[in-house]
Design a protein around this ligand. Structure first.
Ligand SMILES: *Cc1c(COP(=O)(O)O)cnc(C)c1O
Length: 375
């Protein structure tokens, strides 16, 4: 069986876990946590980073930092993972769902302005498949209306918009290190704070509403409960594991990009004959090979396609169920149709893509796709 995903280990994980254990400090914000923060601040020039136990947690911290309250509106693409919306819904926000672009699952920046009301607080964008949204346009709209831009960069490690690293563009951004992402720690995430006005409070929310971080820097002589928050920080074990991955980031990315490009080249003719649609990389975006997807003609063809691959022992998967028509939000949505989003919801399928996918295994996937479309 060729699985859809297989978590990759660089080989350093156990060594760093042992080191973390030997350090005798297992709770959060220790040596490995600092090393991970530094990796991102020095390689991508992010202002401030805080590891979290998930990207969902980082998004929840964003909602807290923005003081989202019942009645506030937040603009979110409908074609995304649940957490992008859920983190704001938990604070009582009304989600105003935006459609995707016609040729890309990313949020259609040309429709955002029409969704803004007096109650809008933030625009949350998702860099789908690690490919950048049209950030200049989005920042322009946000500054015109005084809105905060939050990047859900869960899939977007080491990817760029016009040369700027994703996660470093909005006032806040979140990454995921879930085992399905390029760089992993089992579960894990990170909040990036690019606007200095959120820096101070972010540390407090991170450590259960206390000013513990200030205390340990010697800035105050006792620490206590000063704000809301939660236990958002991961243990040193998670950070040690993550650091072992980050050290091999270049190698991981190169390998994934090689696999991605071979898929793209192998399906060029199928796409030219109009049988499938291949991903487009906008000219302002880079590709970090987080996933390889293609678009079938309709939902029935996609089901047949996935079944065909399964009959050849290959696991391909589809996602996302448009959030505006999800069982949880359907009745709360304002009723607008989001046709592009529905199109990706029906037609998109992801092929196996992971570090250890061998050349021969990939050949088997490519052959299976071709035999399906020869029928
Ligand atoms: C994976 C993912 C998340 C959730 O990440 P967790 O670390 O599992 O919380 C959120 N948004 C997007 C776009 C994702 O792909």
């Amino acid at each position: 069986m060729i699985p859809f995903n297989k978590p990759y280990l660089t080989g350093k994980e156990i060594e760093y876990l042992q080191e973390a254990v030997a350090n005798g400090k297992l709770s959060g914000n220790g040596v490995f946590t600092q090393k991970c923060h530094q990796f991102f601040t020095s390689n991508y020039n992010f202002q401030k980073c805080l590891l979290t136990t998930s990207c969902t947690d980082a998004l929840e911290m964003s909602a807290l930092l923005l003081d989202i309250k019942p009645g506030d509106e937040v603009i979110v693409p409908s074609y995304t993972f649940v957490s992008t919306a859920l983190a704001f819904v938990r604070q009582g926000a009304k989600i105003v769902f935006a459609d995707s672009k016609s040729d890309h699952p990313n949020i259609d920046e040309t429709q955002i302005e029409s969704l803004i009301t007096k109650k809008t607080k933030a625009i949350v964008v998702v860099h789908y498949a690690g490919m950048a949204c049209e950030m200049d346009e989005i920042l322009k709209i946000a500054s015109k209306y005084g809105l905060v831009v939050v990047e859900d960069a869960a899939q977007a490690i080491d990817s760029f918009y016009k040369g700027k690293p994703l996660g470093g563009i909005g006032q806040l951004a979140s990454f995921s290190f879930h085992e399905t992402k390029n760089v992993i720690s089992g579960e894990g995430g990170m909040l990036v704070i690019n606007d200095p006005k959120f820096e101070f409070r972010s540390e407090i929310l991170w450590e259960k509403g206390t000013n513990r971080a200030e205390f340990f820097r010697g800035q105050v002589n006792k620490y206590g409960w000063v704000d809301t928050g939660s236990s958002f920080l991961p243990s040193e074990l998670t950070a040690a594991f993550l650091y072992a991955q980050l050290e091999y980031l270049r190698d991981i990315q190169d390998k994934r990009i090689t696999i991605w490009r071979r898929y793209q080249e192998s399906f060029q003719e199928l796409a030219e004959s109009g049988k499938i649609t291949l991903p487009v990389i906008p000219d302002y975006a880079t590709n970090n090979a987080h996933m390889f997807y293609l678009l079938c003609e309709d939902i029935d063809q996609r089901d047949e396609f996935i079944n065909h691959l399964r009959s050849k022992d290959i696991l391909a998967v589809f996602h996302y169920q448009s959030l505006h028509s999800s069982p949880f939000y359907n009745s709360k949505h304002d009723g607008r149709n989001l046709p592009n989003c529905d199109h990706f919801n029906d037609c998109l399928v992801r092929l196996p893509l992971y570090y250890e996918l061998s050349y021969d295994q990939q050949s088997a996937v490519i052959d299976a796709v071709h035999t399906f479309y020869q029928k």
